[in-house]
Ligand binder design. Structure first.
Ligand SMILES: NC(=O)c1ccc[n+]([C@@H]2O[C@H](COP(=O)([O-])OP(=O)(O)OC[C@H]3O[C@@H](n4cnc5c(N)ncnc54)[C@H](OP(=O)(O)O)[C@@H]3O)[C@@H](O)[C@H]2O)c1
Length: 337
């Protein structure tokens, strides 16, 4: 089978399409013929060698994808040949609260040899989630990291309720899912973006109010204009450049779901504001198989469709990395096998 990998040295220019032996499922495992994969910003970070010291080549990139079960190892009871499933992001985190033992980053999918950018993959059956028939392969491929992260940004701890207000930063993969989920949950949403065109796309998906954070750098003041008491929840992907503003426009007792650090990983924040305003800064790192199953159940009920921005053939997979690096695409960038 063919597989894209970083064999020895990190760097997009070092991604190679190579031949690897067909994997054989062991006890409790299934073999997937991969159908599609989908890129996250995090996959670019991995390939560039910036995902932490524990991650070393060889790496098969990308955490998100979907495949068809083509072979069963001994002892498999939940899945059968022909099922269409997504591998989960943290193969060891089935359910329950986050724990060190199940969240090692070097074993997260796409940070080791077990990424989805390959023609065949063996996974534990308990680390695979069946996807609904109404989703295309490309749509299903977007769920494991982007979909589950957005879901937990809105539901972890105190869940979003109908009528809640949610501020979503940017229109990247996680953020568009968060917009779609928040709209499905009956929340009032505000979306920020650097692009008026993308804000129009966000409006079409249900965004109530929109702010261009490039032309309105003090966007938090605009949020306060829409909602004088502040917003109930913020999906924070900007990091260093945005978190201080988020603290200023979240309501007393509100939640800032800390997802990404796109503008930088270190920030001096005014801690007294967090303390005195009962603000909850909640770190989120993707989620478990149980979280993923909740996503699929809710999506199937609402017939919610992920947004697809570009689809590339397998032999052009590095273009997906260039596209996410360049930004500009609204909707997920996928690769078909
Ligand atoms: N914690 C987790 O579990 C988890 C999971 C997935 C991703 N992440 C992290 O979340 C972030 C987003 O990932 P992604 O895959 O969704 O990325 P993506 O698809 O590449 O989206 C990036 C988008 O973020 C927006 N953005 C960039 N800088 C911004 C800023 N300063 N303020 C507001 N928005 C800004 C831009 O939106 P516009 O083009 O509209 O301006 C950009 O298009 C990354 O840092 C990633 O590592 C974390």
């Amino acid at each position: 089978m063919k597989v894209w990998e970083i064999a020895e040295r990190f760097g997009l220019e070092n991604m190679r399409l190579t031949e690897a032996p067909e994997p054989v499922p062991g006890h409790g495992q299934v073999k997937l013929r991969m159908l599609a994969a989908s890129i996250n910003y995090r996959d670019l970070v991995v390939v560039q060698g910036n995902y932490g010291k524990a991650i070393r080549p060889p790496v098969v990139p990308m955490s998100d994808g979907v495949g068809e079960v083509v072979a069963l190892g001994p002892g498999v009871s939940r899945l059968k040949v022909g099922d269409r499933v997504c591998p989960t992001f943290f193969p060891d985190w089935a359910c329950g609260r986050p724990r060190d033992a199940v969240m090692q980053m070097d074993r997260a999918r796409g940070a080791s040899r077990n990424g989805t950018l390959c023609q065949a993959l063996v996974v534990d059956e308990r680390a695979a989630v069946k996807v609904p028939d109404y989703l295309s392969n490309e749509e299903a491929a977007t769920l494991p990291c982007a979909g589950v992260t957005a879901w937990n940004a809105l539901t972890y701890g105190t869940p979003t309720l109908p009528g809640d207000t949610v501020l979503i930063q940017g229109t990247g993969g996680v953020s568009v899912f968060a917009l779609q989920f928040a709209t499905m949950m009956g929340a009032r949403t505000i979306v920020t973006s650097s692009s008026d065109d993308k804000l129009e796309r966000a409006r079409a998906l249900g965004a109530g109010d929109v702010v261009n954070y490039r032309t309105t750098p003090e966007w938090h003041q605009e949020v306060r204009r829409f909602l004088p008491e502040g917003v109930d929840r913020i999906v924070e992907v900007g990091g260093a450049d945005t978190v201080s503003r988020s603290i200023k426009c979240v309501r007393m007792g509100g939640v800032i779901a800390m997802i990404g650090v796109l503008s930088g990983a270190r920030s001096a924040i005014e801690l007294p504001l967090v303390v005195m305003r009962f603000i909850r800064l909640e770190g989120i790192t993707v989620g478990s198989t149980e979280h993923f199953e909740a996503v699929v159940k809710a999506m199937a009920h609402a017939r919610l469709r992920p947004q697809i921005g570009a689809v590339l053939p397998f032999d052009q997979a590095p273009v997906a990395f260039e596209k996410i690096k360049a930004g500009g695409t609204f909707g997920k960038i996928c690769v078909t096998m």
